[in-house]
Write a protein of this length. Structure first.
Length: 110
């Protein structure tokens, strides 16, 4: 049996969520998807209905397998809506090699 990955963009050109995925795909595609991300079809279906929440690790595997999904779409309670994650990015960390302690850092403007 040969499994193929679903096309990289959906018909609306927007981020994919599990509910939409289950609505637009057929059983063989769902089975291949579940196997590829290391989950059961029924578990993913329950996640699509909001009855279960995929773990952070499962979300990362889903996004790695199919780039139409985003971490924020799969678990907004962890990764937010994108704005929160931008504000919390590690861009505010000191550069590699340390910090010049004689110089004050400017406030972060978001």
């Amino acid at each position: 049996m040969v499994y193929t990955q679903v096309a990289p963009t959906n018909h609306h050109g927007i981020d994919m969520d599990l509910r939409t995925y289950f609505r637009i795909t057929k059983r063989p595609d769902r089975e291949a998807f579940a196997e590829a991300v290391g989950a059961k079809v029924n578990y993913l279906y329950n996640c699509s209905l909001g009855k279960r929440k995929p773990s952070a690790d499962l979300c990362k595997r889903i996004v790695a397998y199919d780039s139409r999904f985003t971490l924020a779409e799969l678990r907004p309670d962890i990764w937010g809506d994108g704005l929160d994650s931008m504000a919390a990015s590690d861009d505010a960390q000191p550069p590699v090699g340390g910090v010049n302690k004689s110089r004050k850092l400017e406030p972060l403007v978001v």
